[in-house]
Write a protein that binds this ligand. Structure first.
Ligand code: GLN
Ligand code: ZN
Length: 770
């Protein structure tokens, strides 16, 4: 039985975020476990019906990748691989405790999934972690779909990737448990076989990444060993082994040698292996004959329609390798919204354009189906669809706003001088004189708690229940409270609290030219948390006020400096859907120049301190190390283009939200910000040795309060962290701040933690004075 053209996975949240809503109601005690089960079963049924209707009906083309929270957590749960602190639990209680913690124990850590903005739950694996086939939920879901008349293809994260993404207890290397995990997958394969499954998909994206702790060639070798062993298992369905999220050319020969029936590769980020490279690896056409190649020509992680003519060429070229080619997506569609049909943009021209240019998940399924017909019935049979696709791309290239001559010429006129400021020593002296701050100045990262009052004001405004003036008035009240609070707490450099921002990227996207936002374009960020990434479709420019009126109001309330607060180019790119018709480096410079204007206006209005956040700098780091240098050059360059237009006595801050710094510390220093705040409390200041060894010489604020948890650190604890910091770096450059913004915290925690933070700072200042 052969595998048909397919998608690697479908969005899991539901068109109306049904899973999110059901899960959150369950957590709140408003749904029973049975009711939660019914809600997700109904959604699964609806999704299956839709995928069948869109044309994935047979040949195991419908993926079964539903999840209540996260696909990596699903494997932890499947293996029963709970860390010690949760071992007394079972069922959904265990599942959600692993994700969210409970009264006694902290949840598993969360981190970004490859170079996406999706977060997975990091497994914790030690020598004694239990590993067994703990449940058969996947098999039951397969059988349930079969009872409704659908032959689905279960999708699971593969064993090597699972362990490569895990963290070891102590010094333990999780991959040392590979044998145990593989034994469970072998059992599971037999269960699937017994249930009648024709195909099962296993994703092993670890083979495309150089950014994991294990060496890539080692990972590729482990994938080869593992799947060679599993392929030999007598009792198993056919296996699709997929390598999404990057270029699998290097891993491809190993994947072929495993003996699995089908291989899925990402032809959006990656390229086809060449006949020569296969030959060099000792493979001939005969080795590929009889194998199915799922050619991922439809981009699973961006929202643009596919250039069908280009996809056709790639598919035909793939055919020359000798395998049977079917159409696929580059990754699961979990990173894109469900359906463009749900959207209606106000501007009629933009509305028409976007509907023509975009493909969300359902439209991508249709593209797969069209390409499949072309492959099998001849390209003439889809000539109209191909022509329409080509025409749409041509029309788009010429559409107003896509290429704005002034923006283009401004970017090409950027010089090195535009990206560089005076020497740090000059700036430092000028800023010290202007700001006159105490040693170890205290500040926060930007946002203050987004209280129910703020959220209801925003909802009232969006629904037209209050007008612009009333909304602005309510935001101003919030800002005033935040300023007063910081004065009472005796913080040195204040923020306005970002009450007026729904989201640190969307806020800018709504006000800059070249972006569109969606109403229903939700994608899962983690668990029940969804975001609506903005769509960057055209050339970016600033044509209206963005932050200056809010900043001016905030500064008018106090004599202490209030930071201007902007989101940097890389973060705007990382958390939006970005055009693919020009290089990212160019997009970044366009955004940088728009921000440079905003920075200039803030300076003009009197801002002495301006922060440009780049929390996503690390996230966009390419998976392949050969691409790091180029990426870091343009990303750092864009930050500098945004910030280097200011006077020496204007202090530029940046904020980065992670602590694994070592790999990119040169780039961070290269941003040449006057002050950099970073996450450090969660890892007990692990970043200090990196800073010391690097000789970091500009201002730096390693976070002393882990804002990811409601816990309030004591004065002693904060003072202890500061003592560690002054031991490692020159106290002259040290700032005191929390790990990140306070948006998700509550007022009580914020007040208590900052009281202690300021008190601890004063104690440490006193020691230093002696
Ligand atoms: N200024 C932003 C805030 O405080 C930074 C958020 C972030 O780092 N993700 O909310
Ligand atoms: Zn942060």
């Amino acid at each position: 039985m052969s595998l048909k053209s397919t998608i690697l996975g479908y969005p899991r949240v539901g068109r109306k975020r049904e899973v999110k809503k059901a899960v959150e109601r369950f957590w709140a005690g408003r749904l029973t476990e049975a009711e939660l089960g019914e809600a997700v079963v109904a959604l699964r049924k609806e999704n299956l019906a839709r995928l069948a209707e869109l044309g994935l009906g047979d040949g195991s083309a419908i993926p079964e990748n539903s999840s209540l929270y996260d696909q990596v957590l699903d494997i932890t749960y499947l293996l029963g691989a709970a860390p010690e602190r949760f071992r007394s639990k079972s069922g959904l209680d265990l599942y959600f405790s692993l994700a969210r913690g409970d009264a006694e124990a902290a949840p598993q850590e969360m981190t970004k999934w490859f170079d996406t903005n999706y977060h997975y739950l990091v497994p914790e694996i030690g020598a004694d972690t239990p590993i067994s086939l703990a449940n058969k939920d996947n098999v039951e879901r397969y059988l349930e779909a079969k009872s409704w008349g659908y032959d689905t293809r279960p999708v699971l994260v593969g064993p090597v990737t699972y362990l490569a993404l895990a963290k070891g207890e102590g010094d333990f290397t999780p991959l040392d448990r590979l044998g145990d995990v593989v034994a469970v997958y072998e059992q599971l394969l037999a269960e699937f076989k017994a249930a009648g499954a024709e195909w099962v998909e296993f994703d092993e994206p670890a083979v495309v990444s150089d950014n994991l702790p294990s060496d890539r060639d080692e990972i590729i070798a482990l994938v080869e060993q593992t799947w060679t062993r599993l392929a030999k298992a007598g009792d198993r369905p056919n296996v699709l082994l997929a390598a999404p999220y990057g270029d699998s050319a290097r891993a491809f020969p190993a994947l072929v040698r495993t003996g699995v029936e089908a291989i899925g590769i990402d032809l959006d980020r990656g390229t086809l292996p060449t006949a020569e490279s296969l030959q060099a690896a000792g493979l001939s056409e005969a080795d590929l004959e009889g194998k199915i190649l799922v050619a991922g020509v439809v981009d699973g992680r961006n929202i643009w329609r596919t250039d069908l003519a280009k996809a056709k060429d790639i598919l035909e070229e793939a055919r020359t390798l000798g395998a049977t080619v079917v159409v696929g997506t580059s990754t699961s569609l979990q990173h894109v919204p469900h359906d463009t049909g749900l959207e209606q943009w106000d501007d009629p021209v933009l509305n028409e354009n976007l509907h023509e240019w975009l493909a969300f998940a359902d439209q991508k399924v249709e593209e797969v189906v069209v390409l499949d017909r072309g492959l099998n019935e001849g390209w003439d049979s889809v000539a109209d669809e191909l022509a329409a696709s080509t025409a749409a791309f041509e029309k788009r290239a010429a559409a107003a706003g896509v290429a704005v001559p002034e923006v283009r010429s401004r970017v090409s006129a950027l010089t090195e001088a535009d990206r560089n400021r005076e020497d740090y020593a000059v700036r430092e002296a000028a800023q010290a004189e202007r700001l006159n701050l105490p040693p170890l100045p205290t500040t926060t990262i930007g946002s203050f708690p987004q209280t129910p009052e703020i959220r209801s004001a925003r909802a009232d405004h969006a629904a037209g229940r209050i007008d612009d003036a009333a909304y602005e008035g309510r935001m101003k009240e919030e800002i005033e409270q935040v300023i007063r609070l910081q004065e009472d707490l005796d913080i040195d450099v204040l923020v306005h609290g970002e009450a007026e921002r729904n989201d640190m990227v969307q806020y800018f996207a709504e006000l800059l030219d070249g972006f569109a936002v969606t109403k229903h374009g939700w994608v899962q960020s983690y668990g029940s948390r969804c975001t609506r990434p903005s769509i960057l479709w055209g050339d970016v420019a600033k044509s209206s006020d963005i932050t200056v009126p809010w900043w001016s109001y905030s500064q008018s309330l106090t004599d202490r400096p209030v930071k201007g607060m902007l989101t940097g180019p890389v973060t705007i790119i990382a958390w939006s859907f970005v055009r693919k018709d020009i290089p990212l480096s160019e997009v970044a410079d366009q955004i940088a120049l728009a921000l440079r204007d905003e920075v200039g206006e803030l300076e003009e209005a009197g801002a002495a301190v301006i922060q440009v956040d780049e929390p996503a700098l690390r996230e966009l780091l390419p998976l392949e190390s050969s691409k790091h240098a180029d990426y870091l050059a343009w990303s750092v360059g864009s930050f500098k283009a945004a910030t280097a237009g200011v006077r020496p006595d204007t202090q530029i801050h940046t904020h980065l939200c992670y602590s694994e710094f070592g790999q990119i510390i040169d780039a961070i220093a290269g941003l040449d910000a006057d002050v950099t705040s970073i996450e450090a409390a969660r890892s007990a200041m692990e970043v200090l040795p990196d800073l010391r060894d690097h000789g970091f010489s500009h201002g730096v604020g390693p976070g002393v309060w882990d804002i990811h948890s409601p816990r309030v650190p004591s004065t002693e604890e904060v003072a202890g962290l500061l003592d560690l910091a002054v031991d490692s770096v020159d106290p002259k450059i040290l700032w005191v701040n929390p790990d990140c913004g306070l948006k998700t915290r509550r007022n009580e925690e914020t007040i208590a933690s900052h009281t202690n933070l300021v008190e601890a700072t004063k104690q440490v200042r006193e020691h230093l004075g002696k």
